[in-house]
Design a protein around this ligand. Structure first.
Ligand code: G6P
Length: 608
């Protein structure tokens, strides 16, 4: 949902801003723009399309002189992708320039008000009202104008602002949209996300809602809405710049698929000490864990699919009833939350608007919230009562892979940890589960070794119009994620069905030659799955079977079979999802698509 950057320092700004934007393109990529403080005025350059168009127009930024500027990569909400709608937006005199991430909900009424005052609008965006509003209230004092504008805006925003008569200064504010500030000897930065500035610094300040930033080359000041200066502590980010680069892989998605053994290992190992799961991070006493009566698991997209799979694991292990919700539904359904319950919000970015709103809803109702989050210092990480970080490192590809896998791993830890404290499982089973958990990274690595066969098979079905995924229990959760991966990046229509539900309607969609992927890793459901697969096969489907080594009878039914190593049945999603990620990746490649930046999507959805 748009990426913003800003820089002021001792170097030429435009190349730095473009480099930062290239790390944020996952947030939006339909148009981009820069505003640079030149010698006399603010120079604005905008382009429709991918960032490379803007790079070409500006000779990679070298054509724009000036050491202070702001930049934007857009994911259109208000108005089509076009040069006019691209950011930065300016006042008429072009003395104020603004980049914006978020949505101004009351922009229509503000626009009408401004038009009555004689302001003219060029674009269809909500952002342009901010530029004109700043103009209206600006009398030479940026903080004064910014705070007056802030109290008039409803909705979400992270803003980067330049005032021509304050050369060398970048102003920034945020409300419900992400924004960080980075500090380095060569200058200071603002950005929507950490990877944009990692090349220059790992010293970061997290900006809170309704705080204002004023940056100069060698100084950063923070203010509250009353224009009082506030002190902030910096944080050192553990990620390194290399982790946010492709490192020889053709796409971030493939690199991230291959990083899964390490990401899962990094998420598990700090929490397993001498064969014991240690989760002090949850901040819950044994008494509180024993008293738990219900768990609510909430997420969007793939994080929601983690919730679906985790429900099977957590309910079985802890005997605590688990409810799963899409964050966008939870936030508006006025949920009845039981006393002594726990809400778990799962999010890679920690900035997904619906997930943040769900978290707030839970807190408003007095229920404890645990965040499972990848981005340190993100909104969900800060607003939850406690946070269990997934240590996946920066995930750049829009389609998530390694973050998904680490979220699953985090849920296994919680499940086993709670089960032990609540005495739901024997010591033997506990030991067995912990031991098996430690073997997961190596087993994921083994699955990755099978990539050539999956690549071959993906090429064969790359021209498909529809592909179905079926599974029962945990395998249904895995199917949902496999199907989402495929549709996100290959644009092939795909659906996941609980295999037992097929005969209640969906089976009418099965035609000769349609690919159906049957996921069957659960021993107790294996035979049932085979029956469901036979049902679709006899209606002409082409069957891919996905099961564990040993289940060789799958080959009697499936036309093509993929095996994953055996593990405790609780953990099979972690292995079975890997071939499905690879399948989606290779189908998209065979179709010649931009895997890392699929159309219409954005990685971090900071709007409703
Ligand atoms: C977007 C992405 C999905 C992601 C979802 C939730 O829709 O395209 O891949 O699963 O947001 O993101 P989060 O950062 O909250 O995990």
């Amino acid at each position: 949902m748009c990426g913003i950057v800003g820089y002021t320092g001792h170097e030429q700004a435009a190349p730095i801003l473009l480099d930062g934007l290239s790390k944020l393109e996952y947030r939006g990529y339909d148009s981009a723009g820069l505003a640079i403080e030149g010698k006399e005025n603010i120079e604005v350059v905008k382009a429709k399309g991918r960032l490379r168009v803007l790079e070409e127009m500006t000779d990679n930024g070298n054509a724009l002189s000036g050491t202070c500027g702001i930049g934007h990569t857009r994911w259109a909400t208000h108005g089509v992708p076009s040069v006019v709608n691209a950011h930065p937006h300016c006042n008429k005199k072009k003395t104020i320039a603004v980049v914006h991430n978020g949505i101004i909900e009351n922009y229509q009424s503000l626009k009408e008000h401004l038009i009555k005052k004689g302001y003219e609008f060029e674009s269809e965006t909500d952002t342009e009202v901010i530029a004109h509003l700043l103009d209206r209230y600006y009398e030479g004092e940026p903080l004064e104008a910014i705070t007056k504008v802030m109290v008039r805006l409803n909705g979400s925003y992270a803003l980067g602002i330049l005032f021509e008569d304050h050369p060398g200064k970048v102003f920034a504010v945020r409300k419900d949209s992400p924004m960080i500030v980075g500090s380095a000897p060569e200058g200071n930065f603002i950005a929507s996300d950490v990877p944009a500035i990692l090349k220059y610094t790992r010293t970061v300040y997290f900006v809170n809602n309704m705080e204002i930033v004023c940056m100069e080359a060698d100084n950063i000041s923070f203010y509250n809405l009353d224009k009082e200066q506030i002190e902030k502590e910096s944080t050192t980010i553990a990620w390194d710049a290399e982790a946010a680069e492709k490192g020889g892989y053709e796409h971030f998605m493939l690199k991230e698929i291959y990083e899964q053994p390490k990401a899962v290992q990094d998420t598990l190992s700090p929490r397993i000490k001498d064969g014991q799961i240690v989760l002090e991070e949850l901040g819950m006493t044994e008494e509180e864990i024993k008293k738990l009566r219900r768990i609510y698991m909430i997420g969007c997209g793939s994080a929601y699919h983690v919730c679906i799979s985790a429900r099977y694991v957590l309910e079985k292990l802890t005997k605590i009833p688990v409810e799963v919700d899409l964050a966008s539904e939870f936030r508006y359904r006025d949920p009845i939350l039981e006393e002594n319950s726990l809400v778990i919000v799962i999010s890679q970015s920690g900035e997904t608007a619906d997930s943040i709103a769900a978290l707030k809803e839970a807190k408003r109702k007095g229920v404890r919230v645990l965040g499972i989050v990848n981005v340190v210092g993100s909104s969900i990480a800060r607003e939850a009562d406690s946070v269990l970080y997934t240590w996946a490192g920066p995930e750049i590809s829009v389609a998530t892979t390694k973050a998904y896998s680490t979220q699953l791993a985090a849920c296994y830890l919680i499940g086993i940890y709670f089960a032990k404290i609540r005495q739901n499982i024997s010591d033997e089973l506990y030991e067995k589960l912990v031991e098996e958990l430690t073997k997961l990274p190596e087993k994921i690595q083994r699955v990755l070794g099978d990539k050539e066969r999956i690549q071959w098979f993906a090429n064969k079905f790359a021209a498909s119009k529809d592909i179905f995924f079926i599974g029962r229990g945990l395998d249904y959760g895995t199917s949902m994620e496999g199907s989402l991966k495929l549709k996100e990046i290959s644009y092939i229509h795909s659906e996941a069905y609980a295999a037992g539900e097929l005969k209640h309607g969906t089976i009418s969609l099965i035609e000769k030659g349609i690919l159906v992927v049957g996921v069957a890793t659960q021993p107790e459901l294996y035979e049932k799955m085979i029956s469901n697969m036979v049902e679709v096969k006899s209606r002409g489907a082409f069957l891919m079977g996905l099961t564990t080594y040993g289940n060789y009878s799958m080959e009697d039914t499936a036309n093509f079979t993929v095996y994953v190593p055996k593990t405790e049945s609780y953990f099979t999603t972690s292995l079975a999802v890997i071939p499905l990620q690879l399948f989606a990746y290779y189908v998209a490649i065979a179709r010649g698509l931009d895997v890392d930046k699929p159309r219409n999507l954005a990685k971090s959805v900071t709007v409703e």
